[in-house]
Design a protein around this ligand. Structure first.
Ligand code: FUB
Length: 472
């Protein structure tokens, strides 16, 4: 049950405050963090990097890299998937793609992007080719946005030592793969999304197109890496990480998919305690969102990064305003329904817990100790809940799930006892009465019990109904 992350987690609460003070040293006092309000970074139990959002079927799927704990380089072995229906409560879908998926890859599971076409999901990633020692672009394919993904080709799609693929399918069906560092390359992908026509073409990196850089004869423009390519209202956007090694996010636009590009300036200035940054932009439920990464978690920095999100609005002329990092993140788009089954690994914020693959499918929450909690934001109880059911397992003596509103120390609306079940994957469902959970509230599942790990949680669900006796 023990994970690498679990060993460090007891220091998180104290280090979190210090980490944010450092990471947001330039942020005005009004934005200074309080633990209760923080929803950025999106994930707290592992380090995540290089966000690549995809909107599909009413959810936003977020594909990320994974920085190893204590990393001192881009030591990355797998990628992760998360999803959300509201931009604040994120479901952990685990790791359906890793270096081992690509038999020819040796290391460097770096910044990729997933696109959907004809009901299939294509995940383009840069990895090191064991045979050549060079960075190459691989492509994995799945029938679901959460995988499982398999190597589509058994060899690189394209290889020239450069990284960070971004893919966009234009309105006419032509797909483009851009990638590069230090250059910016593109190829036209065929409709199968796993082959291309013509040769890789180098985009002219001119000062007019990508901004002028001084002091580096080998890199005359601001373009560094991490391109994010898309189209909006007939205008093509190339958003990118600019000017290593205190990167900021900048962008260029073009009237066509291959240029000519015009530099449009900075979107996100250098900030956040990571010397790299990485953009991802989507529209979701009528609003626009900007994803990025920083070093804001405890122990965070240039090689231990975390993805975060901000809502923004385009200017009337299609330009993008300056966007700064916040610890509050995007406002909730909708509310969460507690009267349908919710995965325990759907989390707005947590303290102390980890996730793992569940024997019942999907993921579960584990490594729970006394006082740990999960925050689920904006839970729509409506007229009121009468009971709570929770799927639990424990190889120890179990404990209690406290249901609290507003904060980890907020009003208790229910308490569910969890028995020992004889195993961490030996599941049972327990229920308890609930009283006082009405309206829309931030719900805290707070876990209490003795010493050591208490129990695992797979899912939970409230039942709607009249008042019952308040919990004692
Ligand atoms: O995460 C590894 C590398 O760092 C990515 O490929 C770059 O974009 C930078 O974020």
């Amino acid at each position: 049950m023990q994970s690498a992350t679990a060993g460090t987690r007891l220091t998180r609460a104290a280090a979190w405050v210090l980490g944010l003070l450092l990471a947001f040293a330039v942020v005005p006092a009004a934005l200074q963090p309080t633990t209760a309000r923080a929803d950025n970074p999106i994930v707290q139990h592992v380090y995540t990097a290089d966000p690549a959002p995809l909107v599909y079927n009413g959810r936003v799927y977020l594909y990320t890299g994974h920085d190893e704990d204590g990393s001192t380089y881009f030591t990355m072995k797998d990628w992760r998937v998360w999803s959300s229906a509201d931009m604040v409560n994120w479901t952990d879908h685990g790791s359906p793609l890793s270096l081992t998926t690509f038999s020819w890859a040796s290391s460097d599971a770096w910044a990729g992007q997933t696109v959907q076409r004809n009901g299939r999901f294509y995940w383009y990633v840069p990895v090191k080719n064991r045979a050549t020692g060079r960075m190459a672009i691989g492509v994995a394919v799945a029938d679901s946005p959460t995988g499982p993904f398999r190597d589509a080709l058994g060899h690189p799609l394209v290889e020239n030592g450069e990284i960070d693929p971004t893919v966009f399918v234009d309105d006419d069906g032509q797909a483009y793969l851009y990638w590069g560092n230090p250059n910016l390359w593109y190829v036209r992908l065929n409709a199968d999304m796993t082959s291309y026509s013509g040769s890789p073409t180098k985009t002219p990196l001119t000062a007019a197109g990508f901004g002028a850089r001084t002091g580096d004869a080998n890199r005359p423009t601001l373009f560094e890496e991490g391109p994010w390519f898309y189209k909006r209202n007939g205008l093509y956007y190339m958003v990118f990480a600019a000017k290593c090694c205190s990167e900021f996010i900048a962008y260029s636009t073009a009237p066509g998919p291959t240029g000519p590009w015009t530099y449009r300036g900075t979107i996100m200035p250098t900030q956040g305690g990571s010397f790299t940054n990485h953009p991802g932009i989507v529209d979701f439920k009528g609003n626009s969102y900007f994803f990025y990464h920083n070093g804001a978690l405890p122990g965070g920095g240039g090689y231990t990064r975390s993805v975060a999100v901000e809502k923004f609005s385009y200017n009337a002329d299609g330009t993008i305003p300056t966007i700064n990092m916040t610890n509050t993140g995007a406002p909730q788009a909708g509310a969460l329904d507690p009267y349908v089954r919710q995965e325990a690994e759907t989390i707005a914020w947590e303290s102390g817990v980890e996730t793992e693959a569940s024997g019942e499918g999907g993921m579960d929450v584990g490594w729970i100790e006394n006082g740990d909690y999960i925050k689920v934001k904006g839970v729509a109880f409506g007229a009121g809940a009468s009971s709570f059911a929770v799927r639990v397992a424990s190889a120890n003596a179990g404990g209690t799930v406290e249901l609290r509103l507003g904060s980890p120390t907020g009003t208790v609306v229910g308490r569910c006892g969890v028995p020992g079940t004889g195993g961490w994957q030996t599941w049972t469902t327990v229920t308890c009465p609930v009283s006082g959970a009405t309206g829309t509230q931030d719900l805290y599942l707070r876990f209490t019990g003795g010493s050591g790990y208490l129990f695992n949680v797979n899912w939970w669900q409230f039942t709607q109904g009249g008042a019952v006796a308040p919990p004692r």
